[in-house]
Design a protein around this ligand. Structure first.
Ligand code: DQQ
Length: 572
């Protein structure tokens, strides 16, 4: 089926000869004032994506105000119209009917009034009664205070909602009564309670305590700060882009933000400004007290659950009433240097939107790329029942390996043979860094080498290791970028996450969406997700290859492998 064996010795020589490099994860958007308006002289296409969302040029960060309105999806995002580093931020705007192909429009919200003259930062959309969309966003005022504003479509009968107006009664919320004016931002979608009052939370902190400040309103115009935050957690630092939403304890359907009651849990996600990653908890939100209490199965700090254990930040969900699902967007920053971004003329992409729902065990979320992405699948290769012994490697041929969707189902042998898990191994990222793709184990490492050069001088490895835990097998998923490029000036951090899945039957799966400089991977049908950005120098375009491998001493079987070449999406 278009697959052939590469010799074991060849593979081992290259695979075992690399050393790990662990760079520091960069800041989400550092301020380079002198570079903010440096125009891109030209746009380099080399690492541009084929089907992940990105504009033709310049810097992008957080997805803002995603919504489904009258049959059209709207995506706004933080955008610098003047250059490829963060600055001059406006809300760029694109529309779509399938969340995959997009039509760009003019920026919807940009600095023009005293309450946002120094910046239009992140926020969310709420559909008000009467089917009126409203956007709440953070404005930066003339004193550089962060304030919360509202904007409405100028013409509700324009299906594209091109123009937005900002009422003069803005700002709705100002940092008074002890709120830190530089740590008060990113309003969520509002929801209303049985008392008919609206609620919204704003990200903030008090000293090192991260918090979600709660406001209430009867009319969406006058807002009152509640006495206590909806939730806070010590030593977590500033909470950016909070997101609170209900999930059903049974089934995958999404819920309107105001749903609560029996059979419903809530999710609170926060983006940690200090760490540049996010965590979420599953918990109970009580309308009557307006308090959110995480379940004791969810760690409420930076060791907690993550949507994605790789490059993924400032995410936001919305309820897609058209398809009755909850959809997650996240920003994927670059892993190269600022100077490379200026030379490329662009920086930042958005993830493939993911449907999210509560796992049947109630302990975590499950995420899966929205079905619509499958419309881009073209040529397919498939193979079944392929056994991989220790050191085996084979190439998945005939597809465009730089623009692909690949799904692999594994059948493992006896789990008794697994190496013993040391309970002091609490940090999966450290474990993946210490036990990279070249470190032999019993069950694993096995997985995929993606964006690989034919001589394996360059590749990224997405793989699993299985350990014998005290009560059940421990599954570790890693994305190892240490050999992803010959370029020195790139963050090659190895990422990792544990996978909370029952594998007593020996079944495990991996899916990767590969798109030139992106590897978005989903372990165990979306129970653990890891995204990496890579910049190969050899494994580019047709020189990129895809391999399946096993370096564990135990044999693993690929029961089913499907891989598709992906078509480019129409994005601009
Ligand atoms: N990005 C926005 C802020 C937000 C941060 C500014 C998160 O509103 O807190 O571009 O990446």
């Amino acid at each position: 089926m278009g697959l052939s064996n590469l010799g074991f010795s060849f593979w081992v020589i290259f695979f075992c000869s690399f050393s790990l490099s662990r760079d520091v994860v960069d800041a989400s958007h550092q301020v380079f004032s002198h570079l903010q308006s440096v125009q891109a002289s030209s746009v380099t296409h080399r690492y541009r994506t084929g089907y992940h969302f990105q504009p033709p040029k310049n810097w992008i960060n957080d997805p803002n105000g995603p919504m489904y309105y009258n049959g059209i999806y709207h995506l706004f995002y933080q955008y610098n119209p003047k250059g490829a580093v963060w600055g001059n931020i406006v809300w760029a705007h694109s529309v779509s009917t399938d969340l995959i192909n997009w039509t760009p429009l003019d920026p919807a919200i940009y600095p023009s009034k005293p309450f946002d003259i120094n910046g239009c930062w992140s926020g969310s959309a709420t559909i008000l009664p009467g089917n009126i969309p409203a956007i709440l966003y953070t404005g930066i005022d003339p004193s550089n205070r962060q304030v919360q504003n509202v904007a409405y479509p100028k013409n509700i009968s324009d299906p594209m909602l091109r123009e937005w107006i900002k009422p003069d009664y803005n700002p709705l919320m100002a940092p008074i009564n002890g709120i830190n004016s530089s740590s008060f931002r990113d309003p969520t979608t509002a929801w209303h309670g049985p008392d008919g009052h609206w609620r919204v939370i704003i990200g903030s902190k008090k000293r090192r305590r991260g918090m979600a400040i709660l406001y209430r309103s009867k009319d969406f115009v006058h807002w009152m700060k509640a006495k206590h935050p909806l939730h806070s957690s010590k030593n977590t630092g500033m909470w950016e882009c909070p997101d609170l939403y209900p999930v059903s304890i049974s089934g995958r359907n999404g819920l309107d933000p105001s749903t609560n009651g029996k059979g419903i849990k809530h999710v609170l996600k926060v983006s940690l400004d200090d760490k540049k990653f996010e965590y979420y908890t599953i918990g109970q939100y009580t309308f009557q007290t307006d308090r959110y209490v995480p379940d004791d199965t969810s760690a409420d700090n930076s060791t907690g659950l993550r949507y994605d254990y790789g490059k993924f930040y400032a995410s936001k969900t919305f309820y897609d009433s058209g398809k009755n699902r909850r959809v997650l967007w996240g920003w994927m920053n670059e892993s190269d240097s600022t100077i490379s971004d200026i030379n490329k003329g662009w920086a930042g992409i958005q993830c493939i939107p993911r449907q999210v729902w509560l796992d049947f065990n109630g302990r975590q979320l499950v995420q899966w790329p929205i079905k619509e992405v499958e419309s881009l699948r073209q040529y397919k290769v498939q193979l079944q029942n392929r056994v991989l012994a220790n050191g085996d490697l084979f190439e998945v041929k005939k597809i465009t390996a730089a623009e692909a969707d690949i799904m692999v189902d594994y059948q493992l042998g006896s789990l008794d043979k697994a190496d013993t898990f040391d309970p002091t191994w609490t940090d999966p990222q450290v474990l993946c860094s210490q036990k990279g793709a070249n470190v032999q184990g019993s069950i694993g490492p096995f997985g995929l080498l993606v964006m690989a050069s034919s001589g394996l001088e360059e590749y990224s490895a997405v793989f699993f290791r299985i350990f014998k835990g005290q009560h059940k097998p421990v599954v570790l998923m890693c994305s190892d970028q240490s050999r992803s490029t010959l370029q020195p000036d790139v963050d090659k951090t190895t990422y990792g996450g544990f996978v909370d899945v029952d594998i007593e039957d020996g079944k495990l799966s991996l899916r990767s969406l590969i798109d030139h400089s992106v590897i978005e991977s989903f372990g165990a049908m979306g129970r653990t997700c890891i995204t990496a950005r890579v910049y190969p120098t050899i494994a580019i375009g047709n020189e990129a290859h895809l391999y399946a491998f096993n370096l564990g001493t135990e044999t693993v079987k690929i029961t089913n492998l499907k891989a598709w070449s992906m078509r480019k999406a129409k994005i601009y």
